[in-house]
Design a protein around this ligand. Structure first.
Ligand code: ATP
Length: 341
């Protein structure tokens, strides 16, 4: 039996429109281990939803292969779908019924035991609010009820497409805690997101995709790499002048607010020395811990560290990278995310 909950090989899907063919997924190799939370990361339009839809038999793959728990998809989907729960779009609930009543109706419809309703309300932290009307729920609670609904049949694999979209920080935290709990119960949770910091806090393993291709995969810590990437935030009075000096020295950087984020610096003192020699005095020098946002920028701009993260797999190395700006050019940030914590 396969060790993997999900495996795709050379998966491909293009969409044809008036403007010509548009890549949805382009030769995607995805491997999701069984048990725990797997973050499926990529910017908007990178192919996450298309992949999930293909796995659920909602969109046809053009070529390549997919397996869920070792079963060929879509051919064996009917055999395995009972083990899969998914939220791809917001499900519809009756607004004037309580969350519990909605789940009881659903349980009846799918043949799940009624006793399961109490358990899933508990798992999603809704036990106290189960008797309240659905229409009075916060967005986060509505989303947790959607998760509760997928849990009714006790699936081994849960697939959530951007489950925190539109939620406030409290709602995001609730969903994160719910996913963590499900992973700890031994289920496999595949959660897609374009917000790296969010997934970093909950996922055990991640796959990062860009333009329909796998860029990196592995355990979160390995993909980030403790010693893989170093960056330093440099605050100077005249960033343009500092940029010229750094470029001349062959250093890689990008704007970071009013400062510059310089990559691949082993010794931050080198930057102060370089800039001071040019008459530019540094007023901030902050070493930054590498986070997924950083890793993502490396992978998608082709500005990568040129090394395989320890234990992780840098999938970009053997494929043509997306158009890379020349080294030293400021790289515009393309993904959401704030300052590394
Ligand atoms: N039904 C469709 N018709 C035409 N193009 C589509 C369709 N669905 C997706 N695409 C295109 O395929 C590419 C991948 O889209 P997809 O929705 O899979 O990405 P995503 O990573 O899920 O993005 P998001 O985070 O915005 O949901 C995009 O360029 C998108 O415009």
């Amino acid at each position: 039996m396969s060790e993997l909950a999900i495996e795709t090989t050379a998966l491909r899907r293009t969409y044809r429109g008036r403007g010509g063919a548009r890549v949805g997924v382009e030769g995607l190799d995805l491997r999701v281990p069984q048990g725990g939370v797997h973050g499926f990361l990529g910017p908007n339009g990178s192919g996450k939803t298309t992949t999930i839809r293909m796995l659920l038999g909602l969109v046809r793959a053009e070529s390549g292969s997919m397996r869920i728990f070792g079963q060929e998809i879509p051919a064996r989907l009917p055999d395995v779908i009972g083990r899969v729960g998914a939220i791809v779009e917001s499900p519809k609930f009756f607004p004037t019924f309580s969350g519990r009543r909605n789940l009881e109706l659903l349980a009846g419809a799918i043949g799940a035991p009624r006793a399961r309703v109490g358990e899933v309300l508990e798992s999603t932290g809704l036990a106290d609010r189960g008797r309240d009307r659905y229409k009075g729920y916060s967005l986060g609670m509505k989303q947790r009820l959607a998760i509760a609904a997928t849990l009714l049949k006790s699936p081994d694999l849960l697939i959530f497409d951007e489950p925190t979209n539109g939620l406030d920080p409290a709602g995001i935290r609730e969903i994160r805690e719910t996913m963590r709990r499900l992973g700890e119960e031994g289920r496999t949770v595949l959660v897609s997101s374009h917000i790296l910091a969010e997934v970093e806090q909950v996922a055990d393993t991640v796959s990062i995709i860009g333009r329909g291709r796998l860029l990196a995969e592995g355990r979160v810590n390995d993909v980030i790499g403790e010693r893989g990437i170093t960056a330093v935030r440099v605050g100077v009075p005249d960033p343009a002048a500092a940029a010229a000096v750094l470029t001349a020295a062959g250093l890689r950087f990008r704007p970071d607010g009013p400062a510059l984020r310089v990559r691949g610096v082993e010794d931050p003192a080198r930057i102060t020395e370089l800039l001071a020699r040019a008459g530019i005095y540094v007023r901030e020098l902050t070493p930054l811990r590498a986070d997924l946002e950083q890793v993502f920028l490396d992978l998608t701009t082709g500005e990568g560290p040129g090394q395989t993260p320890p234990g992780g797999r840098h999938a970009g190395a053997d494929r043509s990278p997306p158009a890379a700006p020349p080294l030293g050019e400021p790289v515009p940030a393309t993904v959401e995310g704030g300052e590394p914590r």
